[in-house]
Design a protein around this ligand. Sequence first.
Ligand SMILES: *Cc1c(COP(=O)(O)O)cnc(C)c1O
Length: 828
Amino acid sequence: MRKTRANNRGFTVRGPMSERLQVHNVDTDALELPEITAEGFRTSLLHHLQYSVGSDPEHASKFDWRIALSYAVRDRAISPWFRATRTTWDTDHKRVYYLSMEFLTGRLLEDTAINLGIFTIVNEALTSLGLDFHDIAEDEPDPALGNGGLGRLAACYLESTATLACPAYGYGIRYEHGLFKQGFDHGVQIETPEDWQANDSPWNFTRPEAAYRVLFGGHLEEENGATIWVPEQHVVAESHDTPIVGYGGNWANTLRLWAAKPSAKYFDLNQFNAGHLARASFAEALARSLSRVLYPNDTTDTGKELRLRQEYFLTSASVQDILRRFLATHDDLRKLPDFAAIQMNDTHPAIAGPELIRLLIDDHGFEFETAADIATQVLGYTNHTLLPEALERWSVDLMRHVLPRHMDLIEKIQHREIELHGPLEPATAILDNGHVNMGSLAFLTSHRVNGVSALHTDLIRSDLFPDFNERHPERILNVTNGVTPRRWLKLANPDLAALITEAIGEEWETDLDRLTQLAEYADNDDFLTVFGETKHAAKNRLADWLNHHHDIDIPVTGLFDVQVKRIHEYKRQLLNIFWTIARWQRIKRDPSAGWVPRVKLFGGKAAQSYVMAKDIIRLINDVAAVVNNDPDTKDLLQVVFPPNYNVSMAEKLIPAADLSEQISTAGMEASGTGNMKFALNGALTIGTLDGANVEIREKVGAENFFLFGLTTEEVAQRREEPGHSRAAIEASQPMRDILQAVAEGTFSPDEPHRYGNLVDSMWNSDWFLVASDFDSYDEAQTRVDEAYQDTRAWQKASVLNIANMGYFSSDRSVREYMAKIWNIDSAL
Ligand SMILES: *Cc1c(COP(=O)(O)O)cnc(C)c1O
């Protein structure tokens, strides 16, 4: 029996649809769908087309077919979803709650069909109708509810929890406009709103009964020694659920996204009737703005009040939902840590500590000490960055203005830490100089804090939180990131996946360590020939797609050299494009030197306000315009930058890559996951000792990895040397030639000084050590050219690379979270 708790503040909004009705004589087993066959699926598809979409098969559009197909596939997701929900309730199993401001799920149709194990049958049914699965699947909008790696990680982890039957919910925000859509105008990035929600998504289930009030502002009052929050405003968080099916189709977890809705009382009917239409809707617009946009920057604190409100909106709705679910079958909230683990994906949901404490005290009558203990046992925090500008800090004034009760609790949390463990260093105190450090808050309200690669975790211990590490020696641990092999190999690279299955059998999809068996084939000529064909097929698919969607023609011969990721100075796209310029100059100087033809592929968005990143994009496009049209070089060097990098584009680019560019300044990339996707698809890596590159190199072997560049320690030393940039440039003939060409306007003849600032900053500061690492990078690229000329040796290295990627499955990562952080078992 569910209990309802008296809630004096009415935090739970119960709409008229929420009341549960008693029914009789329902045999739920009889509702199970029959075993799937191509014939039966075809009937179901046509039925949905006619009765759910309301479209006549004779006249149906691709859109109509895609919706009908999604419903027909979705039908099959319902029973694993219900089974998961029922099993979890029936066994009173612990649940994981993954709070993330971003989920970059990618398209769901093909992925769901693959995970349900019905891909072949669906394909057969469609073929019998003369339709092409892949073609229809491409019609699905790619929900851009994230900036990059952090959001994609959340999506991989949710899929892995489902595959491992670990009961889990992903909690996020259903942004009306996800990340902007990127276009180029004469090489300049332009941003337009992405309209992923233009039509209702068939994967969305709106749950009006699961809605919560989220409170803001107001003031505090004292009443009989208790602190009472009298908020000024509230919005309603409405939930939208998507089933995330695990591989094998045994289990599905839920992605619950919150949409902000105004409370009905905000719509002023009197104003409206009096003709003041805009005024009547003002409060309503304000409420909706909470889930309107995704902040377009993953590495800098925007300092925007709206951002803080969004973070609280996500966190409060989620924590209320978590408590509601627990209290439906339990009375004693002290047992919450046995039944719920909340993971904070970076500091964005770090207000979860104070929020949980607040609800325990204000709604459930706990003392602060007990509430803080419970919260700390429930919470875990994943740190994603050491960049100081990316560590969230809010001014105390703003915090007090938006969340006065939380500000009060944050002071108590800091006080408690000092009482228990002694004074805090100013740099890592929660409250410092009128600011709230969200990293410190997250750390001190969590029982586990993890980094995302071995190197990154070491740096958290030594550089970011050394004092906390001494105070809480058990708290920091490492869980190296991973990626799901279902999407990033089976879906994205079907030919290679089929070849692997042919060689080593099935089950590598859920037991990626089995890939080690591929090592036996690394010297097998027949295998390598077919392996080469799969790479060629992937290049052809990419070329077709570029031609069809972007009107770009690329040759499918030559070395495909790919760097796709957010554009950021620390990721050093500049190093890559500089080297490309050097290559162009060299080919022009000596056209017949036997150059290995290269296709240089770039992809990635720059934050809207990040001037240098946008300059880098423009430079890449400017270089492309010159190089691609130069008759002396165009057969040997092509630079290609398709706009609007997202998950779907990654699925096309990564399988086609020969070389993966992972060239960040050492110590700056926390882990990376793009590096893993590439290596899993057989691309060899050119990279620095940064993030998970270190571990990838250890696993695949130094001989299969093109290493270059300064180490983290050397980077720190070099930055201390005055004039290091000038010295490095002067010592390098290629660097001087490159900068001279850029400075002279070789790539911007209509505006010769376009890159003046960029060139100046290279000579005078070069914080990211592009010049310092150039010669080493150049030398590694020469090794790449040499290696690529021996096709068989390259293929062998590529196969050995894949064979050793088992460790980087997100299943392994999630198992580590389950064992070391969440303390949860699989439910099956
Ligand atoms: C994997 C992925 C990323 C992360 O790439 P990194 O190279 O690790 O920065 C970013 N965006 C998309 C669309 C991805 O699929």
